[in-house]
Design a protein around this ligand. Structure first.
Ligand SMILES: Cc1cc2nc3c(=O)[nH]c(=O)nc-3n(C[C@H](O)[C@H](O)[C@H](O)COP(=O)(O)O)c2cc1C
Length: 361
């Protein structure tokens, strides 16, 4: 139902996130698009991101690999080299020119990777030796003394992101990638100080947070978590406790935001039935709380109005509607996303050719 004139649209209200003045609550979710050839951001991303930038709107990049030890796709962007930093600069500048706020998502994939894409076909690393059933490739459990090096790679990636001009970073602790492989008890089978109790399983994530905070300042650090997700065969026997423990621990580091994926979100794209909610985590966390997963305009407005979230991240809808905030403002119909072109390498098709509403750009 369309709002009446002067009716407040919760998603379109301003919000102060730390030092950032957001003019609305609609966030571009991190979206891997497989168009960063040879792991370097490309000039066509200037148009893609600036199409989605608005004055005072928060954008989060696609996941950036933090080191060559997590090359998982030939066209997945990285942020470990000088060339990669330089390549991001004009993209960041274009977003800033439109008044956007731009965070860089940083990732280590761990066992979710393909040795074929790695230099010298290195063995995959993880918290465990257990392979993913779909590829059967056995990863190597990191030795305790190797873990500080990976933490340091996150630190360096954050430094690189700031050098590229980003306003901050989002640590990717979700979806079964390396950090999540430590967090979840159905994957982490370690017996050292990084395994066993919730506290121990969260140690790696929190060491990464601490290092990144130390490097760039807590007011520029967010983290993404998906305690309820079983994506990439990564689940936990008590996601509620895990999510709560992380939310409370993040307070100690004063991080800017916590971005959580809804329990209902399923990789199939359908919202599944679940009795769980993120409400206890939102309540426990002192900073900005971002939610994602299966939101539309109505649900996003409801979440903000009911204070279940400060901000709402949109993935597929923002991918297909570059002017999503405008469309939500006027309650316009939405373009449909085309799954077939999510991860194709074309620099235009399915990437920057989704139409704007007539008269907006
Ligand atoms: C094409 C595509 C690429 C994605 N890439 C990432 C990514 O790089 N990092 C991440 O944290 N999530 C990624 N996701 C998950 C989205 O950020 C988002 O959480 C998910 O699509 C659910 O939100 P939605 O229902 O609004 O699409 C991706 C999703 C899609 C569809």
């Amino acid at each position: 139902m369309a709002e009446q004139k002067n009716h407040v649209i919760p998603l379109l209200t301003p919000y102060g996130m730390g030092n950032f003045n957001l003019s609305h609550r609609i966030v571009l979710a991190p979206l891997f698009r497989a168009r960063s050839y040879n792991n370097v951001a490309q000039p066509h991303a200037i148009l893609y991101y600036s199409q989605r930038a608005t004055k005072g709107g928060l954008l989060i990049t696609e996941a950036n690999s933090i080191s060559p030890t997590c090359q998982y796709h030939p066209n997945a962007v990285g942020i470990w080299s000088k060339e990669q930093i330089e390549a991001w600069k004009p993209i960041v500048d274009a977003v800033h020119a439109k008044g956007g706020i731009f965070f860089c998502q940083i990732l280590h994939t761990g066992r979710v990777s393909d040795p074929d894409f790695k230099p010298n076909r290195q063995t995959l690393i993880s918290s465990t030796n257990k392979p993913l059933t779909h590829n059967g490739i056995e990863p190597r459990a990191l030795r305790t003394d190797e873990i500080p090096h990976i933490v340091n790679d996150f630190r360096l990636a954050a430094r690189n992101a700031i050098e590229a001009g980003f306003d901050g970073v989002e640590i990717h602790g979700a979806h079964g990638f390396l950090i999540d492989q430590f967090l979840k008890d159905q994957v982490n089978d370690r017996t050292d100080k990084y395994g066993g109790s919730t506290e121990n399983r969260c140690r790696f994530a929190l060491e990464v947070v601490e290092a990144v905070v130390e490097e760039i300042g807590a007011d520029r650090v967010g983290i993404r978590l998906s305690p309820f997700s079983d994506y990439n065969e990564c689940n936990d026997s008590n996601p509620q406790a895990l999510g709560l423990y992380m939310a409370k621990s993040l307070n100690k580091h004063g991080v800017l935001y916590c971005h959580m994926v809804e329990p209902r979100w399923d990789i199939s794209g359908e919202n599944k039935e679940t009795p769980h909610t993120l409400a206890p985590m939102k309540k426990a966390f002192n900073g900005t709380f971002i939610v994602a997963g299966g939101y539309d305009r109505k649900e996003g407005n409801k979440a903000v109005a009911e204070e279940k979230a400060n901000l709402v991240a949109y993935g597929r809808l923002f991918l297909a509607n570059p002017d999503l905030p405008k469309r939500f403002e006027v309650d316009a119909p939405l373009n449909k996303y085309n799954r077939e072109t999510f991860y194709t390498p074309d620099p235009v098709v399915g990437y920057t050719d989704y139409p704007f509403l007539e008269g907006s750009s």
